[in-house]
Design a protein around this ligand. Structure first.
Ligand code: AMP
Length: 114
């Protein structure tokens, strides 16, 4: 499957669909999940065109990979999740439950025991 530049997250990056932004840089954008599955549920996505974790890790430049994961950490710190705890989840491929085919990481937190 090749990257479809009309996927929802590509449209969010281009500003064609609104979202509630947490943080962004030249390399990533993070925004609240529209259908949260945890008290805190944000998505962090690279701005480049990558379908899933495998293609991102395979095809992105070192600068893109560093910029993305640095952004992820920035969001973790901004939401204080480094202190209260969090889960990181990435669904990959139809068999992995992925619904939107632009690489993204789910950042989940605020659970009862946190
Ligand atoms: P996945 O199953 O890993 O592909 O997850 C896609 C996620 O995107 C789901 O958790 C959806 O709730 C979320 N989602 C779908 N549309 C939007 C949107 N327009 N803005 C924010 N989150 C969205």
């Amino acid at each position: 499957m090749s990257y479809d530049s009309n996927n929802i997250f590509a449209k969010i990056i281009r500003g064609e669909i609104p979202c509630e932004i947490v943080d962004e840089s030249a390399f990533f954008i993070s925004f609240y999940d529209l259908y949260p599955k945890a008290p805190i549920h944000v998505l962090v996505i690279p701005k480049g065109e990558f379908e899933n974790a495998f293609s991102f890790h395979n095809d992105a430049t070192q600068e893109q990979i560093y910029g993305f994961y640095q952004g992820l950490n920035q969001v973790i710190a901004k939401l204080d999740l480094n202190n209260i705890g969090f889960k990181l989840l990435s669904n990959n491929g139809v068999g992995g439950g992925q619904e939107i085919f632009h690489y993204h990481v789910h950042l989940l937190g605020g659970f009862e025991n946190s």
